[in-house]
Design a protein around this ligand. Structure first.
Ligand SMILES: Cc1cc2nc3c(=O)[nH]c(=O)nc-3n(C[C@H](O)[C@H](O)[C@H](O)COP(=O)(O)OP(=O)(O)OC[C@H]3O[C@@H](n4cnc5c(N)ncnc54)[C@H](O)[C@@H]3O)c2cc1C
Length: 382
């Protein structure tokens, strides 16, 4: 990966270590995980041992205590694995679910779960989306009614990454349904909670090695010790964490787009047609050069967003721009790359075919492009 003004020597070494891990521990096994629809827990434990699950976690819990730029470098490196499902499994754990605990958890909750989260013994998931409420988070219906010294959860969550395998789930539910977005609370739900079950394992277009589930809460009793953060403040905690979520999704997509271009450069420089290589055709060369220029610009923008966040500035507009921009760009890159692979680009045996399927979700999950553009537009009034 090219040097980058935002990455100091330590972060360059950290990103290199991530890339080496992916070469050694992910790429040789990814095809098997795609078939099995799972990432073995051993791999996650190995990642934990190295410290990959504690990038933003304070040292007192055994973390590396780094900032958003490190997360950006990590997510970009994950994007190069060519297995989007692997990246999503990891990033949901490190950057989308466990930060809710880190930011809002009390001492007892942190002490109980953080060591396992960092070591890879505990896998986490975040359950916000429902069958009838995705983009419109405040429209969720899962309810949490006070019952003794706890809450009864009832409802269904949809499309939950790590939903089948996670040990601890961060679940959003309505404690005050009449208060709309001001009536949502976050709960820590442990896997063996009575009344909580996996409704369905969902089959997907891409990300085959990551598990995605529909989750059912049928009078599941959650002790008040497992209320995460303040009552009725869940919506704000979801919105706050969205910034980091969108940053890492954007960086991951940059890594994916760059890797697809690299693979296609190699392919077009070897494949011959009409007495020359495909790359000798100016039409192909220029279209690849065009997407390369866009990916280079997007990469710089991703690190700029991370820098804004690291220096404590409001980056909601920029991070939403990044997610909107790169979610679309990565799909355009995949289209071009499949095109230049010809028939082979349509075959499931080719890496680019899988990458193009995996990339499709980038303009939908974690905030659809249109929703991101609304965030940008809201902040663009003069
Ligand atoms: C593989 C996968 C993994 C996921 N993992 C998780 C997870 O771990 N946890 C979790 O909670 N959720 C998860 N999700 C849910 C994901 O975040 C939602 O699918 C996404 O936010 C879109 O919500 P929706 O599917 O309900 O689409 P809808 O909200 O029904 O929107 C459908 C489409 O309408 C358009 N649209 C929506 N709102 C607007 C608007 N205001 N203006 C213009 N157009 C609009 C967009 O094009 C959008 O794609 C996952 C989804 C998938 C597919």
């Amino acid at each position: 990966m090219k040097p980058n003004i935002y990455l100091d020597e330590d972060l360059v070494a950290f990103q290199k270590q991530t890339l080496e891990f992916i070469d050694r521990e992910v790429k040789p096994y990814g095809d098997a995980w795609e078939t099995e629809h799972r990432i073995p827990r051993d791999v996650l434990r190995k990642m934990g041992e190295i410290g990959f699950f504690g990038i933003r976690v304070p040292e007192r819990f055994g973390g590396l205590d780094l900032g958003p730029i490190a997360s950006c470098a990590f997510a970009e490196a994950l994007g190069t694995s060519t297995y989007g499902g692997f990246g999503s499994t990891v990033l949901v754990h490190t950057d989308m679910a466990s930060p809710h605990l880190l930011n809002a958890g009390n001492e007892a909750q942190l002490e109980r779960h953080m060591p396992g989260i960092i070591s890879g013994e505990i896998l986490t998931a975040i359950a916000v989306t429902e069958p009838d409420a995705g983009s419109d988070v405040a429209g969720m219906r899962t309810s949490a009614k006070k019952d003794g010294n706890g809450y009864r959860l009832n409802g269904t969550k949809m499309f939950i990454t790590n939903g089948i395998t996670a040990d601890v789930l961060i679940v959003a539910a309505k404690t005050e349904p009449e208060s709309g977005s001001s009536g949502i609370t976050m709960f820590l739900v442990e896997r063996d909670t009575e009344g909580f079950s996996v409704g369905r394992a969902l089959d997907k277009h891409g990300w085959h090695c990551s598990d995605t589930a529909e989750l059912v809460f049928d009078d599941a009793w959650i002790s008040e010790d497992n209320v995460l953060g303040e009552l009725n403040r869940g919506f704000y905690s979801i919105m706050n964490n969205f910034q980091n979520e969108r940053l890492v999704l954007g960086s991951q997509a940059v890594g994916e787009a760059q890797t697809a271009i690299d693979i296609t450069l190699e392919y077009t420089q070897n494949r011959r047609a009409f007495g020359a290589t495909l790359y000798d055709k100016q039409a192909i060369r220029h279209r690849l050069a065009t997407v390369q220029a866009e990916v280079d610009a997007a990469r710089q923008f991703a690190y700029h967003c991370a820098w804004l966040m690291e220096s404590g500035q409001d980056a909601v507009k920029e991070v939403s721009e990044l997610k909107a921009l790169v979610g679309e760009l990565v799909n355009r890159v995949m289209y071009e790359c499949v095109q230049f692979h010809g028939g082979m680009g349509y075959m499931t045996e080719s890496t680019i075919e899988r990458m193009s399927r995996d990339a499709r979700i980038q303009s939908i999950g974690g905030g659809a492009t249109e929703v991101m553009l609304e965030e940008v537009a809201k902040r663009s009034y003069v």
